[in-house]
Design a binder for this molecule. Structure first.
Ligand code: NDP
Length: 503
């Protein structure tokens, strides 16, 4: 290894600069005389101090202590009969991923070898957007109603008075919530303390939906089974590890990747048809339940490998942001109440702790084009949209528009249809406006149409014509007055029969 402090054979080192890029001549405080005081005009020093004060962002309320790595997902089996997800459409296809492991209850400095559930949050950078599989190392969870989630987490954190973890509040909550028994049993089983992040499974836990190219929907669960084998720690071994090193799992993951020993998982799904769901003896959307393997066997999809460490922990791991709402065509939600709540809550948490444009950061950025009308906000780079229009609908042919081929098929939930219903059809947008126009006397109509023509005249001619049609549909007099004030001869712009009908 080269010695980075050696002065021989070193490439020329770059000049130190301020954050604005100005070269720095001397990196010492600017003072009036060698003993001080320090001058206000030492902007280099001020900038460094002020930036330092802003180095931390709020830590995650849950899953604060984490470790991450990049990797590759490879499709090994054809699952196109279940999903049209583009990144799964061909055996052998590879997709870049980023995976963040975490403990749940501890703060950012917590020890890795605690008995706790582990987060398993996986971002697939697919060609049709990011798919975030935000799961845990357990197939179930403590509660099934989202109202209880925040309360449950409070019981795992610190007592408000003593600032210590409190077994009384944990067990008080659990004893009042028998739905937690399944997860509590897994947590206190021999698998409650994984020996390393590579020695545990990952589960999507929730039920999701898959939709294939024919628009057929099935329910599904996601499983990532470790290929290193399950290995766990006894409490006494874990306690002595924590005494010597709080970063055991971070160290294990980082060093194994540096050595070229890349941890791998086999990705499988369980599939349940909508018909099976209707007669399944448990609610298939209940997060406290699994689907037994004997009835819903694992179907292999592919292999996940972690093979690259991040270069900068804060930028790439601390700011990595995962949300179950990051879905791609072919993978969708289910009625699971906890999932429905998480669809909102996770992205909201990132907007609070990282910022409204967290998806623009390199680790979170989709690797495909991002085309929407969201604009501005803290730290907006405008990299994707620059000067382009920020509203929809618009009539500019070069601007992004929805494509029906990506629309999800409707859901039938009992008698109710869940769909994106078009709010512009089957509505009368003209009669009540005509009734109002009929109330106006001639002078009022004149003032109204003068005002409108004054501003409508500043729009493109194509826009003027489209809007004029609406005024004509309300009342031909309304349309004609504005057309006259715009200097528009309606017959020049409308098909003859329509102009005739309007006049
Ligand atoms: P199976 O015998 O087909 O599967 C048992 C599952 O339990 C295996 O996936 C095994 O994982 C896993 N397992 C074994 N010990 C533990 C542990 N201490 N903590 C967590 N998981 C463990 O039975 P069923 O499918 O009928 O499930 C029976 C029970 O197994 C469930 O109630 C649930 O608690 C647990 N389980 C079930 C899963 C499922 O999706 N069906 C998934 C994980 C757990 P492995 O194969 O890796 O050893």
């Amino acid at each position: 290894m080269t010695d980075p402090t050696s002065k021989t054979n070193q490439p020329k080192c770059p000049v130190l600069t301020t954050a604005d890029g100005a070269p720095i001549g001397v990196q010492q405080a600017l003072t009036a005389g060698p003993r001080g005081p320090v001058l206000m005009q030492d902007v280099q020093l001020l900038e460094q101090m002020q930036h330092f004060n802003r180095e931390r962002i709020p830590e995650r309320v849950v899953h604060a202590k984490g470790s991450g790595a990049y990797g590759t997902f490879t499709v090994t089996k054809d699952v196109t009969k279940y999903t049209k997800a583009a990144f799964l459409n061909k055996v052998g296809k590879k997709t870049d991923v980023f995976l963040r492991f975490s403990t749940v209850a501890g703060e950012r400095g917590a020890a890795d070898a605690e008995r706790d559930v582990r987060g398993f949050a996986l971002k697939f950078y697919t060609e049709e957007g990011n798919w975030d599989m935000v799961g845990n190392n357990t197939p179930v969870f403590f509660v099934r109603d989202p109202y209880k989630f925040q309360m449950f987490i409070h019981t795992q954190k610190r007592d408000p008075k003593t600032n210590m973890r409190c077994m009384d509040m944990q067990w008080d909550f659990w004893s009042l919530c028998p739905e937690s028994l399944h997860q509590v049993t897994i947590l206190f089983s021999d698998r409650g303390i994984p020996a390393g992040f590579g020695n545990m499974n990952g589960y999507g836990s929730h039920t999701y939906s898959l939709v294939n190219a024919d628009g057929e929907r099935v329910w599904c669960k996601f499983h990532f089974k470790t290929m290193q084998g399950i290995k766990c720690l006894d409490d006494s071994v874990a306690a002595s590890m924590i005494a010597g090193d709080r970063e055991t799992h971070q160290r294990g993951l980082y060093e194994s990747i540096e050595r070229g020993e890349f941890p791998r998982w086999r990705f499988s799904i369980q599939v349940m048809t909508q018909k099976q769901a209707e007669s399944f003896r448990w609610n298939p959307f209940d997060l406290t339940k699994v689907w037994p393997h004997a009835e819903f066997p694992l179907i292999e999809v592919g292999t996940l490998e972690l093979n690259r460490n991040p270069e900068n922990y804060f930028a790439e791991v601390e700011q990595s942001s995962f949300s179950p709402s990051a879905l791609v065509p072919g993978i969708g939600p289910s009625p699971d109440k906890m999932l429905q709540a998480r669809l909102m809550s996770y992205a909201d948490a990132h907007r609070y702790r990282v910022g409204g444009n967290y998806q623009q950061l390199p680790v979170n950025r989709p690797r495909c084009p991002v085309m929407n009308y969201q604009r501005d906000g803290v730290m907006a780079t405008a990299a994707d949209y620059g000067p382009r229009p920020n509203y929809w609908p618009n009539s500019i042919v070069t601007e992004p528009k929805p494509d029906a081929q990506f629309a999800d098929p409707a859901w039938k939930l009992g008698e109710t249809i869940v769909d994106r219903f078009d709010s512009t059809v089957d509505h009368d947008d003209y009669t009540q406006v005509a009734n109002l126009y009929a109330l106006f006397d001639d002078a009022h109509r004149d003032r109204l149409t003068t005002r409108i023509a004054g501003v409508l005249g500043q729009a493109r001619q194509e826009v003027q014509m489209r809007q004029l049609c609406h005024f004509f549909r309300v009342d031909p007099d309304y349309g004609q007055r504005i057309a006259d004030k715009l200097g528009v001869n309606v017959a020049d712009f409308m098909p003859a029969d329509e102009a005739h009908a309007m006049a």
